[in-house]
Write a protein that binds this ligand. Structure first.
Ligand code: DHE
Length: 654
């Protein structure tokens, strides 16, 4: 029997982050279940199992045991002891094959379907084997003990657990655990009901829908899992605020402007430098895309997330998960840090002022925590202002946490445009006004995440990924123009723009939750009948992708299959042909790690790809022939993720 495999993460973060998106859809958690226990048991009948039941047991252990026990009490899903006495075989079959679809046709299924249990992808035969195994356990009695609640944590343990939560969980579940990309995991609505054993099992084994197996992957120790399992059943600590005075205290002007060169000191083409994030090393490598030489490896701080370029390209600005912003000067002989500051405790986005007259003048940082944005001087990072962004969401629901997601800078107006994740608004900050106010909040949809410009730079397109939509904002008129369903959890990165032979200009995204490239018409003037509608859907192997990229000079669109749950499939890249309007090919980039994120060189004739692993690589392909041209390796190349070419990033070429 073929049992679909659940790939385990091997680098900190990958599915750790994105696939966790699907955690909410991972298991059939039945809140009405009242039988519970403390021991994890996945079987129990003494009689020898039939061949069918034996195969079913293997499938159960692999696909179901993270959520269900048989006689051990509920985990995320109910204890399945005696389930075959309760439900007919046909009923169970339909439920296991696709609970959501079954719930639409069967009232009993509808009554218990919480949206939690996913279709596991089992064939009819495999499903029958699982049912045969469940039948073989029909003598086992369910446990009725109450879930084991949390133990008291000492102050030291609580602090340690808070830190683990912040590093591993807060990105998806929110600092206050109210959910966003992942589901809410607050004590009252989830974790107390699951109990310590259940949570430990989930943290160790992951969930079929994508929650990473932190324990099995060797990322969290048993001790850390114990701490975390108890911690998330206790009320979350209120994270501290960070005001302008504190931010200013963190400011370190390493090289004053007067001491910096007034023209470039390097003989290299610094506009063709590519910054490579070395995520777990807390570093950024600067590589000369022309010679492929590593020009500098710079310590920037904890889990650097992205780089952006100042308008002229002279400065790289890095932002890390610790909220630290680092400014790197590329005009010195060797690139070096000229200023650093911490505007948030947790952050993912940073951007520069880009409109004419404001080049290299200001920098904005969007915080995950506290709910605020901070504006800095664009030469020194001196903090200028902090603005609170906490507000009710677009439906009027009061919130305790609103995170700044993607930020883009207009090339036409002195504004930054940013997704306000939990509240579902897109905010517009006018940096030509004193005090850098949030001048407009446009209703979009909930849980805004990443996004970028259309080919004209007039429309900001951002994923409301919990709604499976791309939202289109006309930044000129400051209005929402469309919300388009594209597939399961769209994840455009900044997206990709090109001219489709049939539909003219399009913008595209791949998806975290399914193997699909979706193109939407993005030419409201030339092709109004197709504008902001899905015009093409192309299947990608695997079950999820993170990033895609193209270039005005290219005839290809590159994308990863990083979230595939098929062994090895996460190590390939796929290339879509713009001319042929179909997938050209997918091929293996590495035999280790996870292949992720694409960037072009300045000329647009090479594509750079990261192999995200402790033994990381950056693999460079000739964009015309699609053949490998160069492979950068080395002990220092630890967990490369995002790559940002100076010219392309400063000019928003994607
Ligand atoms: Fe990212 C962009 C948030 C996990 C690599 N990521 C972004 C942006 C946001 C974001 C809001 C858009 C920034 C902008 O344009 O201003 N990312 C988050 C998360 O909340 C999430 C899901 C969980 C977390 O805890 O961080 C997350 N991101 C990841 C990863 O696991 C990745 C693959 C590796 C890493 O760094 O941890 C990752 N994110 C990236 C990259 C970009 C990015 C490379 C920029 C793409 C681009 O081409 O611009």
């Amino acid at each position: 029997m073929r049992v679909p495999t659940v790939r385990r993460v091997n680098v900190v973060g990958i599915a750790a982050i994105f696939a966790i998106v699907l955690l909410g859809a991972a298991c059939g958690y039945s809140p009405s279940s009242n039988s519970s226990g403390t021991t994890l048991q996945t079987g129990g009948a003494d009689a020898p199992l039939s061949e069918e039941a034996t195969a079913g047991q293997a499938a159960f252990d692999q696909q179901c045991a993270a959520c269900h026990t048989i006689g051990g009490g509920p985990l995320v899903g109910p204890d399945l002891a005696g389930i075959t006495d309760l439900r007919a075989t046909d009923w169970l079959h339909s439920w296991i094959i696709d609970p959501a679809a079954f719930a639409e046709t069967d009232p009993d299924a509808e009554a218990i379907f919480t949206g939690g249990m996913p279709a596991l992808g089992l064939s009819d035969a495999e499903t029958d084997e699982v049912i045969a195994y469940l039948e073989s356990t029909s003598e086992v009695e369910g446990s009725s003990a109450a879930p084991e609640g949390p133990r008291d944590l000492s102050a030291v343990e609580f602090d340690e657990a808070s830190e683990i939560f912040f590093n591993r969980c807060a990105g998806c579940h929110g600092t206050l655990r109210a959910g966003a990309t992942g589901p809410a995991i607050q004590p009252e609505d989830r974790t107390l009901e699951i109990g310590t054993t259940g949570i430990e099992t989930i943290l160790t084994k992951g969930l079929p829908g994508g929650m990473p197996a932190w324990g099995d992957a060797g990322i969290l120790t048993e001790g850390e899992i114990d701490l975390l399992a108890n911690f998330i059943q206790l009320d979350p600590p209120t994270p501290p605020p960070l005001d302008l005075t504190q931010i200013t205290e963190s400011w370190n002007l390493v090289v004053p402007v007067a001491d910096r060169p007034t023209e470039s000191q390097t003989a290299r083409d610094w506009e063709d430098f590519t910054g490579v994030i070395l995520r777990d090393a807390g570093q950024v490598a600067i590589i000369d895309a022309g010679t492929k030489e590593t020009v500098a490896v710079i310590d920037t701080g904890f889990a650097v997330h992205i780089l952006r370029s100042s308008a002229t390209g002279r400065y790289f600005i890095a932002v890390g998960r610790d909220g630290r912003v680092t400014m790197i000067d590329l005009w010195t002989e060797t690139p070096e840090i000229v200023a650093q500051v911490q505007g948030c405790f947790d952050a993912r986005s940073v951007e520069a002022s880009k409109v004419e007259g404001f080049e290299d003048k200001y920098i904005i940082e969007g915080c995950y925590w506290p709910p605020q944005y901070v504006v800095f001087d664009g030469q020194t990072l001196e903090p200028l202002v902090v603005h609170d962004i906490l507000s009710p969401d677009i439906n009027g629901k009061e919130l305790d946490e609103v995170r700044v997601a993607a930020i883009v800078a207009s090339h036409f107006d002195p504004v930054w445009v940013m997704g306000l994740k939990e509240s579902g608004y897109v905010g517009i900050v006018d940096y030509s006004q004193p005090d850098f106010p949030l001048v407009k909040k446009i209703e979009a949809d909930l849980f805004l995440h990443d996004g970028g410009w259309d080919h004209t730079g007039r429309y900001f397109i951002t994923a409301a990924n919990a709604q499976n939509k791309l939202m289109v904002i006309d930044v000129k008129t400051q209005e929402l123009v469309a919300g388009i369903e594209t597939g399961k959890v769209p994840h455009p990165g900044r997206g990709a723009n090109w001219q489709d032979p049939e539909f003219g200009w399009v913008y595209a995204t791949t998806h975290i939750g399914e193997g699909k490239l979706t193109l939407i018409g993005a030419d409201p003037e030339g092709n109004p009948e197709h504008a902001w509608k899905v015009v093409r859907e192309v299947e990608i192997p695997g079950t999820g992708s993170l990033f895609l990229k193209t270039h005005p000079e290219s005839q290809w669109v590159w994308m990863d299959t990083a979230l595939s749950n098929v062994e090895g499939e996460n190590q390939q890249a796929c290339v879509y042909s713009i001319e042929k309007m179909e997938m050209e090919k997918c091929f293996q980039v590495a035999d280790h790690g996870t292949v992720v994120h694409f960037e072009y060189n300045k000329a647009g004739d090479e594509v750079w790809i990261s192999v995200w692993d402790r033994d990381g690589e950056v693999v460079i392909y000739d964009d015309e022939t699609l053949t490998e041209k160069h492979r950068i390796t080395g002990d220092w190349l630890i967990t490369p993720t995002g790559k940002f070419n100076v010219f392309n990033t400063a000019n928003d070429i994607y």
